[in-house]
Ligand binder design. Sequence first.
Ligand SMILES: C[S@@+](CC[C@H](N)C(=O)[O-])C[C@H]1O[C@@H](n2cnc3c(N)ncnc32)[C@H](O)[C@@H]1O
Ligand code: SF4
Length: 381
Amino acid sequence: MTAPLGLYIHWPYCAKICPYCDFNVYRDRGRREEQAALVRAIAADLTAQRALTGERDLVSIFLGGGTPSLMDPDWAGELIALARRLWTPAADLEVSLEANPTDAETDRFAGFAAAGVTRLSLGLQALDDDSLAMLGRNHDAAAARRAALVAAATFPRLSLDLIYARPGQTPADWRAELAQALDLGPEHVSPYQLTIETGTAFDRAVRRGRLVPPGDETAAQLYETTQEVLEAAGFEAYEVSNHARGEAARSRHNLVYWRGEDYVGAGPGAHGRLTLAGARTATYAHPKPADYIAGVEAAATGFATRETLSPQEAAEERLLAGLRITGGVGFDEVAVLGLSRIHPEVRALVEGGLLADDPARLQATPAGRLLLDHVTSRLAT
Ligand SMILES: C[S@@+](CC[C@H](N)C(=O)[O-])C[C@H]1O[C@@H](n2cnc3c(N)ncnc32)[C@H](O)[C@@H]1O
Ligand code: SF4
């Protein structure tokens, strides 16, 4: 057994750029040559990073985006097979792929399952046509339902992404919509509160008064509704925006991030975290596909930068990630920040009901996870 390793592969192309999204994405203009070159570059990058990590137990591969369901399934299969050869696949290796629910992509699900994908993360976002149009999505609710039903029958594991706190949405609407989503058979649900990201089309619309997201009170009610409905249906909120039906349904990939385990990042704009010679190291790849490809060709690795984190920076990152999940973070892992059970801020947060009173770990309570920014700002320097 070696230390666990996750792998994130970023596929940056999307059929249409959604007006709320600020991920590293580019319009898919069907340039097959560029895309084939990107697959080769990612493969070379993985091989170069294997030399850095050495032998490791591969616990998760996550093909994210962008829209990796627009990839040729054979390309996904080549990258998955390469990763399995480079590292030692764990017996329960999780291989996730993010997909958009258009009919064209649904038709390729069987190809992705044959390529080795075991878990589909499907971006439903909403289940009514008006909301999907408002979100600028390129599919309607019927296509989203079809995609979810085919995915549930094709992959061992299915996760659904939804966006709530949409303009005009009421808790009663959201309750009914969540119940419909659960009927589609997911084992994992990620309901994200709509965030107005700087520089997006939604940001401009909000500033011009053309889009009015719900106020804080309604947003809090919608959050409470989410917790209530999912808990009643047997889904545990193991992280702020992630709910799983039982422990085995938790995303192993997310746990890599939140437990502070190592992960390789490959593809344009991908981040990685590797422990190299005992030091936590951050890697950042060039965001633009052409720069990434050129970077890999020039240096046999797509990293734009590699940076060693100081022990304080590494511990702060560990703290922020650990407080998001129910398991929390051990005091021993953040000792360099001077945090202990008797630290005055820790005591005050325990007394305020935002942290659990645990002798060995810092763990946010459900109320604390709702006020995570407040909790972390009081604990991080
Ligand atoms: C990287 S995106 C990709 C998935 C896929 N391309 C799709 O759109 O279905 C992952 C998820 O982030 C969420 N997301 C992206 N931007 C968001 C925003 N501004 N507010 C809330 N959720 C967002 C969406 O639910 C989306 O499914
Ligand atoms: S939400 Fe998904 S499909 Fe839309 S732009 Fe972002 S990554 Fe692409």
